[in-house]
Design a binder for this molecule. Sequence first.
Ligand SMILES: [Zn+2]
Length: 708
Amino acid sequence: MTSRNLLAFPLLLALTPSLAPAQSAPASVFGYTDFAAEWKIEQQFMAVPDAKLAGQHLKTLTAEPHLAATPEDHKTAEYVAEKFRAAGLETEIVPYRVLLNWPKVVRMEAWDAAGKLLISGPTKEHVDGDPGQDDPRVVMPFHGSSGSGDVTGEVVYANYGRLEDFDQLAAQHIDLHGKIVLVRYGANFRGVKVYIAQQRGAAGVLIYSDPQDDGYYKGDPYPLGPWRPETGVQRGSVQYLFKYPGDPETPGVASTPDLPDSARISPEGNQPHIISIPISYHDASPILKALAGPGAPLGWQGALPFRYHLGVVSGTGGVKVHLVSQQDYQRRIIWDVIGKVQGTQYPDDWVIAGNHRDAWVYGAVDPSSGTAAMLESVHGIGALLKTGWRPKRTIVFCSWDAEEEGLIGSTEWVEQHAKALERAVAYFNVDVAVAGPDFSAAAVPSLKQFIRELTRSVPSPLGATVFDQWRNERAEGNEHRASNAPKDDEEAHVGDLGSGSDFTPFLQHVGVPSTDIGSGGPYGVYHSTFDDYAWYVQNADPHFAYLQQMARVFGLEALRMADTDVLPYDYLTYGRAIESYIAAARRKASDTGAGSLDFASAEAAAGRFIAAAQTAHGRQLAATGDLGKLNSTLRQTETALVNEAGLPNRPWYRHTIYAPGEFTGYAAVVIPGVNEAIDAKDATRAGQQLGVLTQALGRAAQTLESIH
Ligand SMILES: [Zn+2]
């Protein structure tokens, strides 16, 4: 699962992997008193990650479907553990026992108003020549956390299933009780579509991939090109991860194999009870085509070659769908792989770098490109260890399981190690490492400059550095990026962390400063059986040059953070970001008529935080005195932004600045307590949440002020 990499990029480049990096040493690097010695270590590291070896890892990892908790998944855990051990990491395979559903029966049939059968499916995913599609271990398309049942109802089309889409249906007095809602993928997390549909009374949900969003409208479908073919289906979880991720029965508690069943709760707060089924546009098309009633509103029309309608016809019947879903829910064993290198100076201060390993099917891009890159990062760290080098801080590499079902392996591990993680200095995530040449990153503001600086040290397969290419992406007219990017053209854009991958428990539950990186491109086979090795070498990265690039960036994140003299957190940028979030919330509150809220205290607290950050920045540059104490104070500043009580109605999410939106799921909502209360037009709650924010900013400012 990932949130950021479904972007179009027009180039397909067949490049040979670059060999030794040619960058020259930066004059100075924030956090280092003298970077010269570290530069030599980094250059030794950078020479090791190998494109060809990364390609071999990818081939091995994608040889079989490896859904979480299957024997094939266990084999990939063994493979990763073997590579970790070979590099010299203290390695263990860590099991958890978690609730997962596997599909027994998934069926759908549709009839038009006259009772004529339109489609009986789902149709098997198939294209000419794909080598993996007929393997009996390919799991039938289904939704993780779906309900079971057998329902029949009339169909209503609801566009992307966003809150505003459902509201538009309500404004047209279209009642969804007992209806089957047909929505398309895109715009929000699929679990949100089902969440709102259930709230509005729907009996079931069909989610399909419209060719406008990742099919022929974008370019040639696989096997001719990279886009989604007619029968391609996006599997995925519909868990309510915006409530809490992880094992649905153990929020806040690690579901170790010996955790008694009596310590587990009902999962109903975290998953829908209605059925949802993912389908291809091959199966959705005859249904959509037969829908009558009002024409689809502006923006609701997709790329299928007929006019879309909402499907509600008063008096006469509409299109009827029969859905059957039998889900086998069991507590199953999953396996994280954890590999450590002990730090010499600050062994309790962990630098954590992680990637998930489980896939819906073969998972070449998602997530095996990440795992292949991580294994070559580990290869590079291993080469340093063989020279006698040891990091100052402990480095922990993590291969997470069951991410696809709801960030489960990472969440359980974080819940188990919450106390130790108060000292963890960073979590670096990679998920979809390579779908193409378009580098992107998201991070907490304190690490945005760290990422930019570091990518100046890594060569790009396109020439120059990763940073140069990244910065140029906007100039080259990447529409999506350009519209979201800041206006200055000096800086590469670093996004905010919402959810959709394993950084969520680290940042949003326990307050570990986090980043997420990837290299995107035209990628229309997300969560289908066609996300396989054959697709990857044809479309994404034929010579594995981008796996090598991502191995270098990912490994360098860990290496540079582990050895830094002073933690390179940029709290000035953080403070200014928070200040801008408060200003935006104030404007929104006055626009929506909730204008009597008092923002002054929160603004004053943000101002105090910024002033303290300025002083702290000077101390970080000077790097004198007790650096251990300076570092732990810098680290505690992020923890100060965590509120123990959590967000209203979703206490698992405790960060006061970042959370996945209740109605977006993937996209970040900033100062979520305040903004979601304003959105809900709840002035009392907004005032209370402004108080919580003010307190958190006061704590953070006070922490930083102790540096003087
Ligand atoms: Zn993923």
